[in-house]
Design a binder for this molecule. Structure first.
Ligand SMILES: Nc1ncnc2c1ncn2[C@@H]1O[C@H](COP(=O)(O)OP(=O)(O)OP(=O)(O)O)[C@@H](O)[C@H]1O
Ligand SMILES: [Mg+2]
Length: 619
C-alpha cells in the first residue's frame, strides 16, 4: 500500500472533521463565486455603469430591471446565480432604501460568509491533520519503545529522531496545508470556471484555451532563470575557491612568486562569474517587461472584444468586470494545483521512511503462551549460550554459568571478554543465538518480557536519569510513590543526605540527564532506584568503576545494602570490589574458564591469579 494511501487511511478516525472541512470549503468556493458575480451588479447598479434608459425603467426604488436592456448571453449557472441574487436583493430591499445598498449589503454578507467558512474550513482540516500526525507520532514512539537493542544497534538515534520530528513534520505540512489547498482550490476552480463559462461562453472558452499561450513565456522565463542562476551560483563557487586557496596558501604563492599567475586565475574566474551573473540578470530584467507587454496585448484584445459585446448590448460592463475578476481569481488556485503533486511526492517519501520504522518487526517479543515470572527460587542458569552481535564475530561461545537463588556471582575477565554482553542478555535486550538462559529451569524466552524485566534491577556504569524530580527518578516505573519508602531507599543507598541538601529535597528537578549531580550522586540515585523497584534479580555492570576511591567506597556500601537477599550478577574490573562475592567466574573470550571463591581461585594460580597479580592483590 502506498504511503499516501496509508496516510489518508490514518485520517479515517477523524473523518468527521474532514467532511466538515470539505463542506466549509465548498461554502468558501460558493461565497467566492458569488462575490465575483456581485461585481457585475456593483458596477452596473451601484456605480451606474449601465445607466438605465429613462422611461424604460422606473428610477431608483423599483426592483430589478436595470439590466433588462441587455440581451444577456448567459447560460444556466449565471442565470441561477442571477435569480438567486435578485431574490436575495429583493428580500433585503424591503428593509433598505435602495438597490445599491441592498447589493452592497449582499456583497458584505458574502465576504463575511466566505471568511467564516474559511475559518471553520481551516480549523476543521487542521484538527483532522494535526490529530492524524499525533496518532502517527504516537505509533512511531510505541514501536520504538517495543524495539530491542537489536534494532537500535542498526539505527542511529539521530535518524530515528529525524523520523519522528522532520519527516512527520513534512507529512503534517502536506496533509494539513497542501491537502486543504487541493480541496479548496479544486472547488474554487470548478465554481469559477462555471461562472466565467456561463457569463460568456465563447469568450471564456477562447481565454481558457488562449491562456496557456500567454502563460508559456512565463514558464519559459522561470525555467531559464533557474538554469541561469544555478550557473551563476556555480561560477561564484569557483571564484570563492580561488579566493580560499590564495588566502590559505598566500605564503606558498609568494614564496614561488606566483602572484601574477594567481591574479590572472582570479581575473578569469571573476570574468566567468560576471558573464554568468549578467546572463541571469538579463533574464530577470526581461521577465517582468515581457510578461507585462504580452499580458497587455491579451488584455487589450479582450477589451476590444468586450467593447463590441458591451456596445452591441450583449453584455453589461459589470458582467464583463466580474468575468475578468473570475478569470483572474483562477490564476492562484491553478498555479497551486500544479504544485500539489510536488509537495505530495515529498510527503510520500517522508511517509515511506516513517512507515518503514513503524513496520519494522520487533525481534525480541513475548512468545505465544509466555507466562509471568513470579520470583526466583532455584536460580539463574546460562546453558551453552552463544551470541554474536554481528555474524561471524562470536562474542559468547558456549557459556555456562549458574547463579543460585539469593547468592551473588561475580563475573570478571579482561576487557572485551563478553561480561557486559552477559548482563544484556538476561533482560533480553538481545536474544541468545544458541543455548538458553533459564530462571528456575524456564527458558527466559517463555516468560513475559514485562515480568522478566520487572524482576531485574540493572545498575550500570552510565546511569540514565530523566529530567524530572529526584523522587520520580527513584520511583521510576512505579505506579505509586510512597514517601516513606522513598526515604528509606535513599537512606540505604547513602543518597538521603545529599538529596535533603537540595533546595527542594526529593522534589528537586534533576536537570537534563541529571547534570546537576556528581557521578557518585547519580550512581547512588541509581542504586536507590533499584532498591525502590525491589527486584528479586540484580545485575550490576561496573556500577562503581567510574567513581573515585572515596565515592566508590560509599556506593559499594550502598550496593551491599542493595544485594541483600537477592540473586545477583556482579560485573567488575577491579577484583577488590568482588572478592567477597559468594562465587567468582572468570571469563575469557566468551567462555567461563574458571570459577570458585576468591581464595580458591588465587590458590589455583590460573587466569584469576594472573589478573589479581596485575592489580596488586596477593591474598
Ligand atoms: N553493541 C555491540 N555491537 C557489536 N559488538 C559489540 C557490541 N557490544 C559489545 N560488542 C563486542 O563484543 C565483545 C564483548 O563486549 P562486552 O562489552 O561484552 O565486553 P566486556 O567484557 O563487558 O568488556 P569491558 O570490560 O571492557 O566492559 C567486544 O569485542 C565488543 O567489541
Ligand atoms: Mg563491559
Amino acid at each position: 500500500m502506498s504511503a499516501l494511501r496509508r496516510i489518508l487511511k490514518m485520517l479515517r478516525p477523524h473523518s468527521a472533521w474532514v467532511v466538515a472541512a470539505a463542506l466549509a470549503m465548498a461554502g468558501v468556493a460558493i461565497a467566492t463565486v458569488f462575490m465575483v458575480f456581485l461585481i457585475g451588479p456593483i458596477f452596473d447598479t451601484v456605480l451606474g455603469a449601465q445607466l438605465p434608459i429613462p422611461g424604460l425603467v422606473a428610477p431608483a426604488g423599483a426592483a430589478a430591471g436595470a439590466h433588462s436592456r441587455v440581451a444577456v448571453e448567459q447560460l444556466g449557472f449565471a442565470k441561477d446565480l442571477k435569480a438567486w441574487f435578485e431574490g436575495a436583493k429583493d428580500s433585503l430591499r424591503r428593509f433598505l432604501p435602495s438597490d445599491a445598498i441592498a447589493i452592497l449589503l449582499l456583497g458584505f454578507l458574502s465576504v463575511l460568509a466566505k471568511n467564516v467558512f474559511t475559518y471553520f474550513g481551516h480549523y476543521a482540516i487542521y484538527h483532522a491533520g494535526l490529530a492524524t500526525i499525533k496518532d502517527l507520532r504516537d505509533r512511531l514512539m510505541d514501536r520504538l519503545l517495543a524495539q530491542s537493542a537489536v534494532y537500535y544497534q542498526k539505527q542511529p538515534s539521530a535518524v530515528l529522531m529525524s523520523r519522528i520530528t522532520n519527516d512527520v513534520e513534512r507529512i503534517t505540512e502536506v496533509i494539513s496545508d497542501r491537502l486543504s489547498d487541493l480541496v479548496q482550490d479544486s472547488f474554487t476552480v470548478v465554481g469559477m470556471v462555471a461562472l466565467v463559462l456561463s457569463l460568456n461562453f465563447r469568450l471564456a472558452v477562447a481565454v481558457l484555451i488562449g491562456a496557456p499561450i500567454f502563460l508559456w513565456p512565463i514558464a519559459t522565463f522561470a525555467r531559464k532563470l533557474r538554469h541561469r542562476s544555478h550557473q551563476s551560483q556555480e561560477r561564484l563557487g569557483e571564484m570563492n575557491s580561488v579566493v580560499d586557496e590564495v588566502l590559505k596558501g598566500y605564503r606558498v604563492v609568494q614564496a614561488f612568486g606566483m602572484e601574477a599567475f594567481e591574479a590572472a586565475r582570479f581575473r578569469e574566474s571573476t570574468r566567468r562569474h560576471f558573464r554568468a551573473n549578467l546572463k541571469a540578470r538579463k533574464v530577470l530584467a526581461l521577465n517582468a517587461p515581457v510578461i507585462e507587454v504580452i499580458g497587455a496585448a491579451g488584455i487589450m484584445g479582450l477589451l476590444l472584444y468586450a467593447h463590441r459585446l458591451i456596445s452591441s448590448g450583449t453584455m453589461s460592463t459589470g458582467a464583463f468586470a466580474s468575468f475578468l475578476l473570475g478569470l483572474y481569481s483562477l490564476y492562484t488556485p491553478i498555479k497551486r494545483l500544479t504544485k500539489v503533486n510536488m509537495a505530495l511526492q515529498g510527503a510520500v517519501a517522508a511517509g515511506e521512511r516513517v512507515f518503514a520504522v513503524i513496520d519494522e518487526p520487533v525481534e525480541v517479543k513475548d512468545r505465544p503462551g509466555a507466562h509471568a515470572l513470579a520470583g526466583v527460587s532455584q536460580g539463574i542458569t546460562f546453558e551453552g549460550v552463544s551470541f554474536a552481535y554481528e555474524p561471524d564475530k562470536p562474542v559468547l561461545r558456549g557459556l555456562d554459568l549458574v547463579v543460585p537463588a539469593g547468592r551473588a556471582l561475580a563475573l570478571v575477565g579482561a576487557s572485551g571478554a563478553g561480561k557486559s554482553t552477559v548482563a544484556q542478555l538476561l533482560p533480553r535486550f538481545w536474544d541468545v543465538q544458541d543455548g538458553r538462559i533459564a530462571i528456575d529451569g524456564t527458558d527466559i524466552r517463555d516468560l513475559t518480557l514485562v515480568s522478566l524485566r520487572g524482576s531485574i534491577g540493572l545498575v550500570t556504569q552510565e546511569t540514565v536519569l530523566f529530567n524530572t524530580t529526584v523522587a520520580a527518578n527513584i520511583a521510576y516505573g512505579q505506579s505509586t510513590v510512597d514517601p516513606e519508602r522513598l526515604r528509606a531507599c535513599a537512606r540505604a543507598a547513602f543518597a538521603e543526605e545529599f538529596i535533603l541538601e537540595f533546595p527542594e529535597g526529593f522534589d528537586t528537578v534533576i536537570g537534563e540527564a541529571g547534570t546537576r549531580l556528581s557521578g557518585g550522586q547519580r550512581q547512588r540515585i541509581a542504586v536507590a532506584r533499584a532498591l525502590y523497584k525491589d527486584p528479586p534479580i540484580l545485575v550490576l555492570d561496573e556500577a562503581t568503576s567510574a567513581l573515585d576511591a572515596e565515592a566508590e567506597g560509599i556506593v559499594q556500601r550502598a550496593i551491599e545494602n542493595l544485594m541483600k537477599g537477592r540473586t545477583a550478577l556482579i560485573i567488575a574490573h577491579r577484583l577488590a570490589t568482588v572478592r567477597n562475592a559468594d562465587s567468582i567466574a572468570v571469563m575469557e573470550e566468551g567462555r567461563v574458564v574458571e570459577q570458585g571463591t576468591h581464595a580458591e581461585l588465587l590458590a589455583r594460580g590460573g587466569g584469576y591469579a594472573r589478573l589479581a597479580n596485575l592489580q596488586g592483590i596477593t591474598e
